[in-house]
Design a protein around this ligand. Structure first.
Ligand SMILES: C[S@@+](CC[C@H](N)C(=O)[O-])C[C@H]1O[C@@H](n2cnc3c(N)ncnc32)[C@H](O)[C@@H]1O
Length: 352
């Protein structure tokens, strides 16, 4: 992308600000909390919140989290629109091996449109440029550390057992960064990306074509994909389920179970609480400060029980370390001083 010097400076500023927020401000808040509680804070969530809110660093920490996210989108929107102009995003996907199935009759659910998710103005769906803005914004959210999509490669390599998959369905595929590694790892499989957002699906198909990947991008709700029953050997969803209200999540588990062939696997990458009271509070509040209202209820819910209620078996969560290792053997994360997402993988299987 042809980014002006001014926009480049804005992008660099936001990334640096967010890095300092995560690697300096959060540890400072944490140190202040430990000092106040002698390293043995209470276990009552309400008391912890009150104590954390009274710490000297908290005001700046909380404000900067939301403020820098707003700056991020401003910088991303300016960069994308000034680099390419709005017409560019309306262009049909280049011809290539991917296919794009848009549904002109699809009515987006109200719970999806009523929030500008991640504070992205207009969400992922309401403008032609939204897919590209999200693509650039996602790189900034990951602090530039996922520029080559290592995170999604690690998920495909470490959280999914090698197998002879014939059909793989990626629910909530966005612009495809979770879907391309699946097609690369399993080139003979039919890989289908499902999403609600037209701009993301368009961009996903274009990016897949650019890489020579034949992926079916299909516009549908994850609760009603319109795909055949019992045909998928693997269903995935990365960073989707924390965006769903709990009743929609339950329906998504049921749809995944319906799609899976006997013995087929479900692998979901999302968040779980860590058991560290301050970190977990920061994550709950991240949901509020980042316009992700369904995240804290999802993290608090018995999601494994919901998957079982949908007819899935061998359900469990394990931790995921996005730096090098990927999937970890249990739901325990290595100690880290900086703020980080508590990534975790939900594993489940349809009875053989
Ligand atoms: C945070 S993005 C993750 C995208 C991609 N999986 C990744 O890892 O980069 C979540 C995506 O889920 C989509 N989404 C949210 N609710 C959905 C639903 N009910 N059905 C299909 N897609 C949905 C959003 O439009 C968005 O593209």
């Amino acid at each position: 992308m042809n980014i002006t010097l001014e926009n480049r400076a804005a992008l660099d500023f936001v990334v640096t600000l967010r890095q300092r927020w995560a690697d300096t401000l959060y540890p400072r808040l944490r140190a202040q909390y430990d000092e106040k509680t002698n390293g043995a804070g209470p276990w009552d969530g309400g008391i912890i919140a009150a104590q954390v809110h009274a710490l000297p660093s908290y005001g700046g920490f909380a404000w900067l989290e939301r403020g820098s996210q707003k700056m991020l989108w401003r910088a991303a929107i300016d960069s994308v629109t000034q680099a390419e102009g709005p017409e560019h995003h309306r262009a049909a996907p280049e011809s290539g091996p991917s296919t794009l199935e848009l549904d002109p009759d699809l009515v987006l659910p109200e719970w999806y449109t009523e929030w500008d998710i991640h504070i992205q103005p207009g969400g992922l769906w309401s403008s032609a440029a939204a897919g590209k803005v999200y693509e650039l914004g996602a790189r900034l959210v990951m602090l530039g550390e996922n520029d080559d999509y290592k995170f999604h490669r690690l998920f495909a390599q470490t959280a999914i057992p090698r197998g002879d998959y014939r059909r793989i369905v990626d629910l909530g595929c966005g612009f495809g960064k979770s879907t391309w590694p699946l097609k690369k790892a399993y080139p003979h499989a039919e890989v289908i990306g499902i999403d609600l957002a037209t701009p993301c699906l368009r961009l996903g198909a274009r990016r897949a074509d650019e890489q020579g990947l034949g992926i079916r991008f299909r516009q549908a709700d994850a609760v009603k994909t319109g795909l055949e029953s019992s045909q998928a050997d693997l269903v995935t969803a990365t960073m989707l389920i924390h965006e769903l209200p709990l009743d929609v999540l339950a329906a998504t588990f049921r749809e995944a179970a319906r799609l899976l062939a006997p013995g087929g696997l479900l692998r979901i990458l999302d968040f779980q609480f860590t058991g560290d009271a301050v970190r977990d509070l920061a994550m709950r509040e991240h949901g509020a400060r980042n316009n992700e209202p369904y995240m804290p209820p999802m993290m608090a819910a018995d999601t494994a029980g919901m998957a079982e209620a949908a007819g899935l078996q061998k359900v469990r969560w394990t931790a995921f370390d996005e730096r090098e290792v990927g999937r970890l053997p249990t739901l325990a994360w290595p100690k880290r001083a900086e703020w980080h997402f508590p990534w975790a993988v939900l594993e489940a299987q349809k009875a053989a």
